[in-house]
Design a protein around this ligand. Structure first.
Ligand code: M6R
Length: 617
């Protein structure tokens, strides 16, 4: 879960590396460093614990002359705390080789012992697993005099997940990368080339990119790119165009990326729906050839972590209702290690904004091996999970930089609903008119959501007023339940306040004991309209907590008079059918968590201990 950038081109590598690291900081931000082969031919590094800005402030042209070859790293600590020493790059070959690493080298202790037996003179300066790789590649370079060959000989010995970039002072103009179960993409420039953990690393310089497959090595110079497998056999890599605008990854006047990304939710949904229906029927071009296969599946397993798992829960409700097929939702990491029952009649849908979440990637690989058909819902083009799945439904939310997932969540729900309608058509389980009506309602959500976002100022006031809260509960039933879970997750990760989401009816089975006078409880109230609405039951649940002194904060349909007598605050959502309520009801909770964190003076884009892309298991 670190950000990696590599560059070979003209003599401004420091600026390119820092620009790339700034965009990759969401991947980890407890330390940062760069190594550059300067115009004088010497390799130098600078690295510091703390945010990237500390490194930026420390760089000056005299101490670190610019050059045309460099690598940079922004870290999320795994082995060894966030200190200057543990920050990357790490050095080998007496300081002439620099290496950066994302991932975990599982056998680093054995490798270190072997290395010290062969080279007792080796001095380790950090507690990281990565430094072992730096020394190994350094010693290998002494034999091969070529970074590519040196790195190739070392990756063969490594167990675990890694992206490694290396360069050597005696081979200026070359940066070599290798990857296994960890992301790395190539940016193709004109007289310059780039490597990055994702395209954000170089999107301001080029829109042309290439993905690197599993267990492959890439060597870049200013005007060449060579990709091989770990055995040295050449492999073809496909070029793709980056559709993200560099400006889309900037804050654009908002106080935080998170605030900007919440404001983009209507657009994220609209873009995800774009081009995916014809004459009132959902058509997913990416599943064009899959109809027969989808018609034959007997069961669906949805996988994801954190927010993605909650969008998966909503996907389950919709797919089961519309396509009448059993759906289970499971956390990727729990699924992977419990010997689940899978076969060719099982469809596994993985959900991941980044497309790099290691827990989900491992689960997808496992499901594929077990013979299941795999589809991913992913927001990042060319990401590993997307490439490893049999098919991918991209969400078009644009780059999500803030650690807290917001617009990606609603886009994931939209994509899953599209899939539900697609599957219902293939399986003939929905009347075409009903399906067309649902699609129309889905298309109306962006406009409706824009009106919900207008309540931002009122939510901010409430959040400021509640900044000292010690615990907040969230309740919902049916599709309101995942929204409650998501509201609680947002508050925990951003404001460091204990928060729990509960199925409202579950409260009386234990958690109601938590309610004491003044306890704030958010309740997601379903629409009172419609046959079988759970509205009366949720109102009863509200009465139960109100009677015990809870402070009730309600998200309810505009005009719902029945909740008013029991609610201390009401935020409204427009009239929508049950299935579409969550995409509207989640926004006030996202804003609440963000504003409460801001009121506490916390960094809402980069909460403590977290990283945007969790690339370790
Ligand atoms: O990139 P992914 O969607 O796979 O990430 C999954 C979770 O790590 C992520 O949703 C996490 O829970 C967010 N920080 C929540 O805001």
């Amino acid at each position: 879960m670190c950000g990696i950038v590599g560059y070979v081109g003209t003599d401004h590598s420091v600026e390119v590396l820092l620009g790339g690291l700034r965009r990759l900081e969401y991947r980890g931000y407890d330390s940062a460093g760069v190594a550059v082969i300067g115009i004088d031919g010497a390799l130098r590094t600078r690295k510091h614990a703390g945010k990237l800005q500390i490194l930026v402030d420390d760089l000056d042209e005299t101490a670190m002359p610019n050059g045309s070859t460099g690598i940079g790293h922004t870290r999320w600590a795994t082995h060894g705390g966030p200190t200057d020493e543990n920050a990357h790059p790490h050095l080998g070959d007496g300081g002439k080789l620099a290496l950066i690493h994302n991932g975990i080298i599982e056998n680093f202790a054995e490798l270190k012992a072997e290395l010290l037996a062969d080279h007792p003179e080796t001095v380790f300066t950090s507690e990281t697993d990565s430094e072992v790789a730096a020394h190994l590649v350094g010693y290998a370079f002494r034999e091969t005099h070529d970074v590519t060959e040196a790195l190739r000989s070392v990756v063969a010995k490594l167990h675990g997940a890694f992206t490694l970039l290396a360069m050597h002072q005696d081979q200026p103009g070359t940066v070599v990368g290798a990857r296994r179960n960890s992301p790395l993409v190539i940016g193709l420039g004109d007289g310059e080339n780039f490597l990055g953990s994702d395209v954000a690393a170089f999107v301001e310089h080029t829109r042309r990119a290439m993905a690197i497959g599993q267990d492959q090595l890439v060597t870049i110079t200013a005007d060449s790119i060579t990709v091989t497998d770990f055995d040295g056999n050449p492999v073809d890599s496909e070029e793709f165009e980056i559709t993200w605008d560099a400006a889309a990854a900037e804050k654009g006047g908002w106080s935080s990326f998170m605030a900007k990304e919440i404001s983009e939710e209507p657009e994220a949904i609209a873009n995800t729906l774009l081009g995916r229906s014809v004459d009132g029927e959902v058509r997913l071009p990416e599943l064009e050839d899959d109809d027969e296969r989808l018609a034959g599946i007997e069961r669906i397993v949805i996988l994801g972590c954190g927010t993605a798992s909650y969008s998966g829960m909503l996907g389950k409700y919709a797919i089961e209702k519309w396509a009448r097929i059993p759906v289970e939702v499971e956390l990727s990491h729990e699924f992977r290690y419990r010997d689940p029952v899978l076969d060719a009649k099982t469809l596994v849908i993985s959900i991941s904004q980044s497309g790099e979440t290691m827990d989900t990637l491992m689960a997808v690989q496992y499901a594929k091996k077990a013979g299941a058909h795999t589809i991913s819902v992913c927001n990042t083009q060319g990401a590993t999970i997307a490439r490893e799945s049999d098919a991918v439904i991209y969400t078009h939310a644009g780059p999500e930089v803030a650690v807290a997932s917001t617009k990606a969540f609603v886009a994931q729900v939209a994509a899953l609903y599209l899939f539900g309608l697609h599957l219902a058509r293939v399986r003939g389980t929905l009347d075409p008119a009903e399906s067309a009506g649902l699609l129309e309602e889905l298309k109306a959500v962006p406009e409706q959501l824009a009106t919900v976002l207008e309540q931002h100022d009122r939510i901010r006031e409430l959040a400021h007023w509640m900044a000292d809260s010690r615990a907040v509960l969230f309740l919902g039933r049916h599709v309101g339940f995942p929204v409650a879970l998501e509201g609680a997750l947002k508050l925990k990760e951003l404001a460091y306040i204990h928060a729990e989401g509960f199925a409202a009816a579950e409260l009386k089975h234990g958690p109601i004991a938590l309610i004491e006078p003044g306890q704030p409880v958010f309740v997601i109230v379903p629409s009172p309209r419609g046959k079988g609405s759970l509205h009366p039951k949720v109102v009863s649940n509200i009465q139960e907590i109100k009677a015990r002194g809870a402070r009730v904060l309600v998200i309810a349909e505009a005009g719902d008079a029945a909740v008013l007598p029991y609610a201390d605050e009401v935020f409204t959502i427009p009239l929508a059918s049950t299935m579409f309520e969550p995409m509207l009801a989640v926004a006030p909770l996202q804003i609440f968590a963000m504003e409460l964190a801001a009121a506490k003076g916390l960094d809402v884009d980069q909460p403590r201990n977290l990283a945007k892309s969790v690339t370790v298991e």
